[in-house]
Design a protein around this ligand. Structure first.
Ligand SMILES: [Fe+2]
Length: 309
């Protein structure tokens, strides 16, 4: 498919309780690459196979959670046109200056009806993946450090008004619905999985009374074997695991969920399928949600459904 408009998840800024402990966790256990620190005390990371300067940014705060999620758009003209489309739709936006985030251009920021801060940007310095652009190898030494995911893949956010969130993503930002969970009334959508690409989801939302909550940021692994190896590394480092290894019915993703030292859930996953915008959205009903969540065990994991940061 032609990739225009919004391209992909570009970065997430996550709050951590203890910066030093979190740097060690994300660098040594997760195997992310530190790419910078700024005068606001933020620490920047990227996954080994990402080209852009940073995709996961942490800052110390008294409470865990997500500050904002940013998506990369094709170019500055696209950023301008999406900004004016958002404004015309009634979404108020503001511009954050270039350089406010290291190596990142101007960002267009707005608040979603779910209470999440969301932003679009077109420019971020490409630092490469440690391999040349001519005759590259399939992986480099950084791919063997810690869990070492390939990329920041998507986020699942919890908050209110997801019907209105969906309209912004579908009607203004050009995303399409891939899967959904409907309530017992067989109509109300309580969970939505949205794609702006060929991925089974680039972002997802679940209806939740508290605004602006993070369920998880997800990191893509190269294979199921690498997911399992990631589980080994979690155990070796006494990382607290939520669920998995298992496979979701929803998205078919093969996954492990665990918590960082601050209680921010993260996912290491692989698999799923490759939807196109003309595909029909798949629906999961509440009476079968156990399979949607954990296909082999058909189980509604209490912690997974209720704990957010
Ligand atoms: Fe996920």
């Amino acid at each position: 498919m032609a990739m225009t408009g919004v391209l992909r998840p570009g970065h997430a800024q996550i709050r951590v309780l203890n910066l030093e402990e979190s740097i060690k966790f994300y660098r040594d256990v997760m195997g992310l690459i530190e790419t910078g620190r700024d005068d606001q005390g933020r620490v920047y990371f990227k996954c080994w196979d990402e080209q852009d300067h940073s995709s996961y940014i942490i800052r110390e705060a008294p409470q865990a959670g997500v500050d904002f999620i940013g998506f990369r758009v094709l170019d500055e003209a696209t950023l301008e046109s999406l900004e004016s489309n958002l404004n015309a739709y009634g979404v108020e936006t503001r511009r954050l200056p270039a350089g406010d985030l290291l190596e990142t251009g101007e960002r267009v920021r707005f608040t979603l009806p779910s209470g999440h801060e969301f932003e679009l940007f077109a420019t971020k310095t490409k630092v490469g993946n440690g391999m040349p652009l001519t005759n590259p190898g399939p992986w480099c030494a950084d791919a063997e450090k810690g869990i070492s995911p390939i990329r920041f893949d998507h986020a699942l956010l919890y908050g209110p008004n997801i019907a209105d969130v969906k309209k912004i993503f579908v009607d203004v930002l050009g995303f399409f619905m891939v899967e959904r969970v409907i309530a017992e009334d067989n109509t109300t959508e309580v969970g939505i999985w949205l794609s702006c690409s060929h991925k089974v989801h680039d972002i997802a939302f679940v209806e939740h009374p508290e605004p602006g909550k993070l369920h998880h940021c997800s990191f893509l692994m190269e294979s199921w074997e690498r997911v399992l190896r990631g589980g080994d590394i979690m155990s070796m480092n006494k990382v607290e695991v939520d669920i998995g290894p298992t496979r979701h019915g929803i998205t078919r993703g093969c996954t492990i969920y665990a918590w960082d030292p601050s209680g921010n859930r993260f996912e290491t996953f692989m698999g799923g399928y490759h939807p196109y915008p003309d595909y029909e959205c798949l629906t999961w009903t509440m009476d079968n949600f156990g399979q949607g969540l954990d296909y082999p065990q058909r189980k509604l994991h209490e912690s997974f459904l209720t704990i957010v940061s």
